[in-house]
Write a protein that binds this ligand. Structure first.
Ligand code: GLN
Length: 487
């Protein structure tokens, strides 16, 4: 057999079901790969070796009985913001360093019902706040394409592990771009689903009206398979949509003929790296050759998206993060003489600087006398952004744009400049504010050999058309599975 680490989910499904490989062999192969390269990439916060091998053996039994499901025996990695019963779920924060949830997130329940294998928990920016994974309280994850560069964030571990082939695919979360931007920087596929498509039960909350869990994978079809499994109504999340889940993998198979692709002028502006624009234009040309029609569109309120997001997201975060008080769970400071001091010391020592910055910003925006000027105003602008997309989707089926203005930057390059860091999310944030799905598909490399992602966006619950467009771009570009050299 060639290198088993090269296979995607659908190939592995066949090999496993035919008995040409066992999940135990595959899982051990991945664990060996983790020991060989993860000390350089640093994607994993926790490696659940023992549990993984046990799960693999169980999966093998199920396969032998002819009862396999799509993900039975497939080794995956999980962002450390998703609760896993009995296994540390740290959010890459000192605050939750020793937290072992007494329950599994709904997405974990669904993966386990299928017999999927979890290799471990993946590094992230603390509480998913950041774009580089440098805000992890533990260590920075490196970009497998250039170890001196960031993998993106906040799901940097989830993207880097897929690119480094230390898992078949992974789950991440996206509040303002945290799946799509690292996927773009690491040359993998990443999807932020429609708000409400995937249950948030057991996803540690950052900004509840924006957070969504989604897949990161090597190819579009793998993302479709993973999403099919984790999506669907869950009564434990009141914002989850009561709707049947279509077959996204089937949607991939339809051609591009007749699809209208909107090109928003606000996403092709000064400051976007030349090679990003060139590679995206190539992808658009390929889509056109495959039968798609390109139309110019406008999303006029794009320039207000970052300001709007940093009010809404920080306001929600300040409320969500008030639960870390040293009483209920997580870290508690040691030296204090009264209750108030215990709260203060716990939060001062437990949170990192970016998390504190957001809590302060959010608390300020919500405080008496400022609410109307900030939070209310931001909510109104959010409506305008939603209307922008609604209008645009009257003229097109999908929107194509860059994911990020540049390829991966160097570790440390923006670490001391929060505003520069925030600005790098300009093209991903509007999708979260509007609650619509967005995807990053690899479309080329810059001259340094760093990956570039094409962002595709679609209307509310229009994942099928998104997959259809993405699958065809992937096929049309014919970028051969290229892997970073880590050996
Ligand atoms: N980079 C953005 C932020 O720092 C988005 C993070 C995310 O999507 N979780 O808030």
């Amino acid at each position: 057999m060639e290198n088993m680490l090269d296979y995607n989910i659908s190939t592995l499904r066949k090999l496993l079901d035919r008995g040409e490989i066992t999940s135990e062999e595959l899982t051990k192969g991945y664990l060996e790969r983790i020991s060989a390269v993860d000390s350089r990439v640093r994607a994993y916060v926790t490696i659940t070796e023992k549990e993984a091998v046990e799960q693999a053996r169980k999966a093998d039994k199920r396969i032998r009985q002819g009862e396999s499901a799509q993900l039975t025996g497939i080794p995956l990695g999980i962002k450390d913001v998703i609760c896993t019963r009995g296994i540390p779920t740290t959010c890459s924060s000192k605050m939750l360093e020793n937290f072992r949830p007494p329950f599994d997130a709904t997405v974990m329940d669904r993966l386990y019902q299928q017999g999927a294998v979890m290799l471990g928990k993946l590094n992230m920016d603390e509480f998913a706040m950041g774009s580089s994974t440098e805000n992890s309280a533990f260590f920075s994850t490196r970009n497998p394409w250039d170890l001196k560069r960031i993998p993106g964030g906040s799901s940097g571990g989830s993207a880097a592990a897929v690119a480094a082939r230390t898992c078949v695919a992974s789950l991440g979360s996206d509040t303002g771009g945290s799946i799509r931007q690292p996927a773009s920087h690491c040359g993998v596929v990443g999807l932020k689903p429609t708000y409400g498509l995937v249950s948030r039960y057991g996803l540690v909350a950052f900004a509840s009206s924006l957070d969504q869990i989604g897949p990161l994978s090597r190819c579009v079809e793998d993302a479709a398979i993973l999403l099919e499994v984790v999506a669907g109504h869950d009564r434990r999340d009141s914002t989850s949509l009561p709707r049947p889940v279509p077959s996204f993998a089937k949607a991939c198979r339809k051609g591009l003929k007749g699809i209208k692709v909107g090109i928003p002028k606000e996403y092709f502006i000064d400051g976007v790296q030349d090679e990003v624009v060139t590679e995206i234009q190539k992808a658009l040309k390929v889509m056109q050759e495959m039968g798609a029609e390109l139309v110019d569109i406008s999303l006029p309120h794009t320039e207000y998206a970052i300001a709007t997001y940093y009010i809404i997201a920080t306001a929600e975060a300040s409320s969500n993060l008030s639960r870390y008080d040293g009483v209920k769970y997580g870290f508690r400071a040691e030296n204090y003489s009264n209750l108030m001091e215990m709260y203060k010391e716990t939060r001062a020592q437990g949170f990192g600087p970016e998390v504190k910055r957001r809590i302060m910003l959010g608390t300020y925006c919500l405080s008496a006398g400022y609410y109307d000027a900030f939070y209310k105003k931001a909510s109104q602008v959010r409506t305008l952004i939603i209307e922008d997309f609604k209008g645009a989707f009257k003229d097109c089926d999908v929107i194509a744009a860059p994911v990020a203005p540049t390829t991966a930057f160097r570790i440390g390059e923006k670490a001391d400049d929060p505003l520069q860091m925030y600005l790098s999310d300009i093209f991903t944030i509007p999708v979260n504010l509007a609650g619509i799905p967005g995807m990053s598909v690899p479309c080329g490399f810059d001259q340094k050999g760093l990956p570039i992602g094409l962002q595709l966006m679609a209307g509310h619950l229009q994942e099928e058309i998104l997959f259809r467009a993405a699958y065809n771009v992937e096929k049309g570009l014919g970028l051969k599975a290229q892997w970073p050299q880590l050996d």
